[in-house]
Every structure is written in C-alpha cells, then in structure tokens.
Design a protein around this ligand. Sequence first.
Ligand SMILES: Cc1cc2nc3c(=O)[nH]c(=O)nc-3n(C[C@H](O)[C@H](O)[C@H](O)COP(=O)(O)OP(=O)(O)OC[C@H]3O[C@@H](n4cnc5c(N)ncnc54)[C@H](O)[C@@H]3O)c2cc1C
Length: 471
Amino acid sequence: MSRSTHAVVMGGGLAGMLSAEVLARHVGSVTVVERDILPEGPGQRRGVPQAHHAHLLWSNGAGIIDKLLPGTTDRMIGAGARRIGFQGDQVTLTVRGWQHRFPPTQFAILCTRPLLDWIVRDQILSAGRIDLRQGTEVVGLCGDRGRVAGVRVRDMNRETTAIEADLVVDATGRASGLRHWLPALGVPPPEKDVVDAGIGYATRLFAAPPGAATVFPAVNVCAYHSVDQPAQFGVVYPVEGGRWIVTLSCTRGGALPAHEDDFQAFARSRLGHPLVADLIGLAEPVTSMFRSRSGANRRLYPERHGGWPDGLIIVGDSLAAFNPVYGHGMSAAARCAAALDRELASGGTTRRMQEAIGAAVDDPWILAASKDAGYANCRINATDPRLVGEQTEHQLRFADSIIEKSLVAPRVCAVVTDVISLSAGQTELGSSRFLSLMHSDTPYPKLPGPPLRPEELDIVRLPAYERVPIA
Ligand SMILES: Cc1cc2nc3c(=O)[nH]c(=O)nc-3n(C[C@H](O)[C@H](O)[C@H](O)COP(=O)(O)OP(=O)(O)OC[C@H]3O[C@@H](n4cnc5c(N)ncnc54)[C@H](O)[C@@H]3O)c2cc1C
C-alpha cells in the first residue's frame, strides 16, 4: 500500500481501533467511522451492548496489544484491572471436576469492558494519526462488483455523503450490514457457518468484600452438561473499583434469572457448586441485572469467495464471532490486526490480507464451534468439515478426556492452557508430544472441593469451606 492510500475503517470498537492503528503505520491516512459518540473515559455505549458482561482478555490478545501499543496492559492494571495467572489464580469447576491450581503458565487481564476499550482507544487516538468520524453511520459501500471505492455514511443530521477510500475495513461487529451492502454492489455475500448453542447471559456488578477484588481468585463454575440437558455457567471476576462482575449463563433450553431477585437463587440451584451463590451472598449489588442472548459462533468466508471485490477486508466479530464463554473475541480482534499488519508490511493484495486474517481466527473458531456442537439443542449450519464430519463425535470424546486429564496433570494442563489462551495452535493437542504427555504426565489426586487458600477464605469469611490442597 502506498503512502497516498486512504483507508476507511467501519466501526470504532476494539477490532476497528486496532486495525486503524496498524493501517496508520502503512498507509497515508485513516478514517474511522463510528455510529456512537465515544465516551471520553470508561463508559457504556449502545454499539457494544456486550460490554455489560464479564470480559477476560487472554495473554495472546494482551501480548499483541502490548506489542502494538506498549504499556497498555500496565495502564489497565494501574486503573485497577487484575492480571490473573492460569491456572494458579482461578478456581475452576468443570464438568469433570475441580481444576488444580497449578503454577501459572499463561494469564488473562480482568477488568470491565468499558475500561479496557477506553484505554486501548486512548492509546491509539492520542497519537493523533487517525481521523475519527463519530456519530456517523455507515449505510452502504461505494464502488462496483470489482472494487470497493469507499463508504456511504449518514451523519447525525441524517445527511448522507460518500467517503472515498482505497481500502475499506469492515469492523462493525456481529450486526454488520455487509449482507445488504454487498448485494447492492452486485456481489453475493460470502459463505457463512453458524454453530449456535443458544447462549444467554445475565450479569450484575457487586461491591466485593474489602480486599477481595485484589486477593481472592477468579471463580469459574462450569456447567454440568450432557447431550440431552442445557448447560449453565457462572463466573465471579474481580474488576476495577473493588468490584466483582458476576455473569451467569446457559445454553438453549436453560433458563436465565428472570429478575434480579432470582440472580443468587439461579446461581445456587443451577450451577454445579454453590461457591458462586455464596460469594454473591457476601457482596452488595451496585448495578441492576443486564441480560442478553447473542453468543452464536458465526464465521464468514470471504477468502473462499470467487468474486470478492478488491479493496474490502473484514475483521473482528464481523468476520468471526464466538460463544463468549471461551473469552476469545477480543484476542481474535487483536490477531486480525496483527495479521493485517504483517500483510501490509509485505505488500499483500486484499485477497492475501483476507486469507491471513481468516487463518488468524481459525483457532478460536474451531475451539468454540467444535465444543458447542456437543451441547444439547445446538443448531448447526456449517460447511467446515471439522464440524460436520463423521469424526466429530470421536473428537468431542477426545476433547473431554483432555479436559479431565488437565485438571490433575500439570504438564498436560500447561499445554491446554497455552491452547485456550490462543498462545499455541489447537493442532498442538494432536501432536505426538502432547499425546505422549497424556500417558506419561503423573496425575495429582482429584480435588474434593474448591481449592481455596486459608488467607483467601479468611478474606471472604467462608469458614464452612473445607481447606482443599492447592497443587
Ligand atoms: C456476552 C459477551 C461476553 C463476551 N466476553 C468476552 C470475553 O470474556 N473475552 C473476549 O475476548 N471476548 C468476549 N466477547 C466478545 C467480544 O465482546 C467481541 O469479540 C469484541 O467486542 C469484538 O469487537 P469488534 O470491534 O469486532 O465488534 P464490536 O465490539 O461489536 O464493535 C463494533 C463497532 O462498530 C460500530 N458500528 C456498528 N455498525 C455500524 C455502522 N453501520 N456504522 C458505524 N459504526 C457501526 C459499533 O457502534 C461498535 O463500536 C464477549 C461477547 C459477548 C456477546
């Protein structure tokens, strides 16, 4: 791309901002078009409704963001975010039992989504290299079936104008309008896979007991699920301001708490252990409950499209969105930006860029979609042979045996943690090195209950909990 190139990024969320940052290093000028007026600080906004729910940024995504924007995660931690070591700083119940808290090999950043978005946005925009058009909605594309040449936008006075561009990046998220905008240029939409376990989320913020948000581990009580029952999950994550964000979720057919008064009762009756409900009982709610149902795995394949127009790229949730339970969406947005950066540096074509971006989202895609395919009532409309082939049943059983072993075997756990944090590719789980570890890694005894340290129990005053050994 030459220095005279003008790029337009549609959407100023995480994927849009990170893409704009890398574009600004390679092209002449970058404009971000964002429908919302962006808050000047950590604040909720209409365009990112999922920001009300618990968010975790895995080490892979955090590492990419820090490499692009040095000091970003330190800034988050300075503002009250927690850096949680995996598996040492989280207490996890899976369907196969409690996870030993082995010494951490990876980490995640925990804070509210508005704080995370604000810090990333501020790091990018304060350099002054990006033109931000806020309060401006993209309503279509300019160009023809061979080339996208800009975007049509509508401002707050409802006036529609065109912005010309040599490169247009769609980062408008799950609700992207591409499915309408492309046919208007005479281009059929790209192929799409959907694996929808019907995930629903309900979230409240609580004031944690004094000191708990900085000392007590993160808690993740996973579901009991089987082929004929909906799954339920609950997390208690420490976030800035001495608070806990508590998110309860379920797959299709499972109920969400209907009312705030049901929140704790849901956690007590639906999860595999009362720990989440007991912690809620110690905390004061500071927000009302926020519910949503938008967690389908959905992936587009522009790289397979025979007539994809030049000058158009898709990134972030607009390209591939995942069941949020795995916490991969923000890291995928960062991976898209890193792939775009590499391809821009090597002078790649639009097609090459999109192929590289597609490859960058493949691991989070297959991890989430293949796991969800095993849930009761999951709706699958997919062409990916890894999801519809005869081997799927066998792969799900193998995945279950890996989870079971990783609960008790430290070296297996380290590899699995590398994979779920996206720091290693999922093919690692099929390598001969890993298969031999599955046999040779000496297991610890299974844990009878949540592995909480005495000082952690003292801080939340849950004396009834048995003191279970930590690895
Ligand atoms: C309930 C829930 C929990 C989640 N938890 C996690 C987690 O723990 N960890 C994790 O990594 N990920 C998580 N995710 C996923 C994560 O939220 C997304 O992957 C991430 O926000 C994607 O960023 P994005 O920029 O692609 O899209 P978005 O965040 O959706 O941003 C899209 C932007 O485009 C703007 N826009 C939309 N249409 C237009 C238009 N026509 N014109 C102009 N602007 C427009 C919007 O206003 C918005 O600013 C979760 C998702 C959900 C739903």
